[in-house]
Design a protein around this ligand. Structure first.
Ligand code: SAM
Length: 350
């Protein structure tokens, strides 16, 4: 992408003016709480780091307060994806002021193919996460002040894509994500072992991202005011995950463990397995992970959860002829099957 000098926009109505001009009340159904004060929008964009000459994908631009700041902080191009069609005339005013550097897309981000908006000049230069040492080399940034109910499903989708280096993360860049969410949810993501807010989100996000809360806005910073404080969270994909394990396995194990967070692992982990073998499988799981059955999930590190997920994956991927036979109702007296490297004689099947 060519060098574009950081520049002030030509005189353009502010996002607040545009909302007034186009008579656009915030709609509850789109969970609209706009950030209109330029000090707030500038603060949000500063949290994204250096975006000079970068291609920025903004989710839910609203009337364009943050979008405008992205240009004032030197973004080369912005692709903005917005669901509320009423906001397009206001956004178009901003687009006219920056020539072709702002592309507007009408759509729901949860169904939207983000890769389709990334310019060929970036997609054609596929690098690798190994060679692109620093996330600051990423020519792409993802940003958004989104409805709270969209932020986590969207982040989980991006997390799954990071875990397989697919979607927008397939071009070899560790794309930084800067996004607003409720302070309490952000607290759960960054929480360490033994902290009250520790949970599944802490483990799955910390395994693949460097997670930081960059700023807290009071709910009063938004129009209309949000009824909770809002955190600006930055997530930068790690060059390598803390533990190399599939998202599905880590998600399953952490979901199960934190379902009853105060119970002992020897009890909670049994529900991971088939009822016929759950006691034996749980014993093996905890033994191989060097954990005691009275260990509580709050005490475990991300690495320990990752190891549990790897061992769990190993246990469930073994042939399970007893259950298969039961399911198929095959009436055999005796069955021999392979269990890892040892041969085990099964129970008699009636
Ligand atoms: N970013 C703007 C700002 O800070 O003023 C607007 C913030 S408002 C909390 C969230 C924005 O996301 C709204 O403009 C809303 O219409 C839009 N939005 C809501 N759901 C969306 C979705 N599924 N896909 C894309 N945009 C969405």
């Amino acid at each position: 992408m060519g060098y574009i000098q950081k520049l002030m926009l030509p005189p353009t109505p502010s996002a607040a003016d545009l909302l007034r001009t186009y008579k656009l009340p915030a709609l509850r159904r789109f969970a609209q709480n706009f950030l209109l004060d330029p000090r707030g929008t500038s603060k949000f964009v500063a949290c994204a780091g250096n975006i000079e000459n970068k291609f920025v994908i903004e989710v839910g631009p609203g009337p364009g307060g943050i979008t405008r700041q992205l240009f004032e902080h030197g973004a080369a191009q912005v692709a903005a994806i917005e669901k509320d069609i009423r906001l397009f005339p206001a956004l178009q005013t901003l687009a006219n002021a920056v020539d072709s550097r702002l592309r507007l897309y009408l759509g729901d981000i949860l169904d939207f193919d983000i890769e389709s908006v990334i310019p060929d000049s970036i997609t054609s230069q596929r690098g690798s996460w190994e060679s692109n040492e620093s996330s600051s080399l990423s020519p792409i940034h993802l940003v958004g002040n989104l409805p709270f109910n969209i932020a986590i499903p969207l982040l989980i989708r991006w997390l799954q894509q990071v875990s397989t280096q697919s979607g927008p993360f397939s071009y070899g860049y560790r794309i930084p994500i800067t996004i607003c969410m409720q302070e309490a949810v952000a607290g759960r993501i960054v929480s360490d072992a033994l902290m009250d807010q520790r949970g599944r989100l802490s483990i799955i996000f910390q395994n693949w991202f460097d997670c930081r809360i960059k700023h807290i806005f009071s709910g009063r910073a938004f129009v209309p005011a949000a009824n909770v404080n809002v955190a600006v969270m930055q997530l930068i994909p790690l060059k390598r995950p803390l533990v190399d394990v599939s998202y599905d396995l880590l998600d399953k194990v952490t979901r199960t463990a934190f379902h009853t967070r105060n119970k002992k692992m020897g009890m909670t982990m049994t529900s991971l397995f088939h009822q016929e073998t759950c006691d034996e499988d749980t014993r093996e799981l905890l033994h191989r992970a060097h954990l005691k059955s009275d260990t509580k999930c709050l005490t475990l590190t991300v690495e320990e959860f990752g190891q549990l997920a790897q061992i769990y994956g190993d246990i469930i991927s073994r042939p399970r002829p007893i259950h298969e036979q039961i399911d198929k109702k095959i009436n055999e007296k005796e069955l021999t099957f392979e269990l890892g490297e040892t041969y085990v004689r099964s129970k008699k099947l009636e």
